[in-house]
Ligand binder design. Structure first.
Ligand SMILES: [Zn+2]
Length: 524
């Protein structure tokens, strides 16, 4: 059984919606810069569990928090550090957008992230964390947390081993003088006001030294994050919320939040779905440049269905690893095509189920199943300016292609071109050499190429014809197959490997092929 169906089943068996009607599913992301594709795994897992529940007629709603209130704690490598360093330590909503047209930093990068959700067919209802605070909805929970800070300190110590001194409060005030939140320490809650001093300097943020008292309501500060996590469950009425494995260890932040929810807020924590990482090229996070590892960069490599497969194809306790600079991109397309083949063969199993979930929600009932040309072939053909993609697709399919299939193959061509222009490794790049490269051919190689030129000269030959002739030439010349094909790749592509030679040559302009073969046969 596919993980989403299994989890939906467990939820139905063990939980009732808290409001008696609709299961509330929640996920969130702190928008501290361009969002890594790893965060899309949570978006997809929560979304898919919702889709599996809906299919069973179980009412559910999906809320996604754009966290715009956490502190700006590091400057991403692609931004001008000089320009942004004065903002270190401020809440994200108070940091300017790097581009004009957006209210703040979190809105700018949040917008890009939301567009990726939409493309992948996940459409939660969004809210900003600042709205939750400014509306006053968090106030009763802030009061409880402040009044019971002793219990929260005890839980932190017992569950995670972290010790806070007795004056510590689970609240960070925004400094009224410098606007920073990461630099303040709060103490002395008198029932209405909290005292704070702006004197901390974590992660390079600079405090101003101001001390004051502030009423901790309506967004003048925020709860310590592990207490805040629990408070957000209460305010939203969350029934289902998973988290990445970095939060899910014993004594980890989820464990602490669960204890705070039960013991301080008297709230049974949501159904948990702990999940593994989505790695890019074996690494959890990007380099500072972040090329290829953002949700946007990754989604640009795939149509929605294949992107969904990347996100949901593995069991949630298995790592996903996609390396756009290796062969994972064509392998994902191949995997998708195998699922489609399973559906075509009439299988009703995990493969066909996964294919269904790869479709956008609106297509899951009708299940579009166009014939698709293999991505690797598409990626080759788009590099051959003399080849027509549609003709080649028809040839590969062996019959006329439908309008839907034309769209599918052109869609793949768009993604293939983008991949070839950005991350594709050398082995996938084919460039026909306009003049004969220095090929260092042996006598046997030249002899075989000359014979091939004569054969092609005779008539317009198909890929099959040339393929058959190449096999005869191995015996006639004689020449080892590897040497024969290497000679062809060297003289046309300037490299030692390439696509199926017969069809490759048949696709090139006839006279060009003859001239090149003859030149090579005579090369000194
Ligand atoms: Zn300050």
């Amino acid at each position: 059984m596919l993980w989403a169906d299994r989890i939906a089943g467990e939820i139905v068996k063990t939980r009732k919606p808290r409001d008696g009607k609709t299961f509330l599913i929640r996920d969130e992301k702190t928008i501290s810069g361009r969002v890594h594709v790893g965060s899309m795994r949570g978006v997809a897992i929560h979304g898919l569990v919702g889709e599996a529940l809906s299919e069973q007629g179980i009412a559910n709603a999906y809320r996604f928090e754009i966290n715009d209130f956490d502190p700006f704690d590091s400057i991403p490598g692609y931004l001008d550090a000089e320009k942004f360093k004065e903002h270190l330590g401020k809440p994200l909503y108070a940091v300017p957008s790097p581009e004009p047209g957006y209210a703040n930093f979190a809105e700018y990068y949040g917008d890009e992230f939301i567009a990726v959700h939409k493309k992948a067919g996940f459409t939660p209802a969004y809210y900003r964390l600042t709205e939750l605070y400014r509306s006053g909805k968090m106030d009763p929970l802030i009061r409880t947390a402040l009044e019971r800070s002793g219990d929260i300190r005890r839980i932190l110590k017992e569950v995670s081993g972290s010790e806070k001194d007795e004056s510590w409060l689970p609240f960070s005030a925004i400094c009224e003088q410098c606007g920073k939140i990461m630099t303040t320490r709060s103490y002395d809650f008198d029932g209405e006001m909290v005292g704070y001093t702006c004197d901390r300097s974590p992660d390079g943020s600079v405090p101003c030294g101001h001390s004051g008292r502030v009423a901790p309501w309506k967004g003048t500060g925020k709860l310590f994050w592990k207490a805040e996590w629990a408070a957000k469950w209460v305010v939203n009425g969350v029934d289902i919320e998973g988290g990445g494995k970095d939060h899910s260890t014993k004594g980890g932040s989820r464990d602490v939040a669960n204890h705070i929810a039960r013991e301080v807020f008297d709230y049974e924590p949501p159904f948990d779905i702990p999940y593994e990482f989505f790695l890019v090229g074996g690494k959890k996070m990007s380099s500072s440049k972040g090329q290829g590892s953002s949700a946007k960069d990754m989604s640009d490599l795939f149509p929605p269905q294949v992107f969904r497969l990347a996100l949901i194809g593995r069991e949630i306790n298995q790592q996903i690893d996609v390396d756009p600079s290796g062969d994972s991109v064509p392998r994902l397309y191949d995997w998708y095509d195998e699922l489609a083949e399973a559906v075509r063969s009439g299988a009703v199993d995990d493969h066909s189920r996964l294919y269904t979930f790869c479709q956008l929600p609106e297509d899951q009932a009708t299940l579009p199943l166009p014939w698709q040309m293999r991505f690797r072939e598409v990626a080759f053909i788009v590099q051959m300016p003399h080849l027509s993609l549609e003709n080649e697709a028809e040839r590969a399919k062996g019959s006329t292609i439908t309008q839907e299939e034309v769209l599918a193959v052109n869609g793949r061509a768009h993604y293939a071109r983008h991949w070839l222009d950005t991350y594709a490794p050398e082995e996938f790049l084919y460039k026909v050499q306009m003049t004969l490269p220095k090929a260092d051919l042996t006598g046997a190689q030249k002899k075989a190429l000359g014979a091939l030129a004569d054969f092609i000269q005779g008539d317009k030959r198909s890929g099959e014809d040339i393929h058959a002739r190449l096999h005869e030439l191995k015996e006639e010349t004689p020449i080892a197959p590897k040497e024969l094909f290497q000679a062809i790749y060297r003289i046309f592509l300037g490299r030692d490997s390439g696509p199926k030679a017969g069809w490759f040559l048949a696709g090139l302009p006839h006279d060009f092929v003859i001239t090149r073969l003859s030149e090579a046969a005579q090369q000194l």
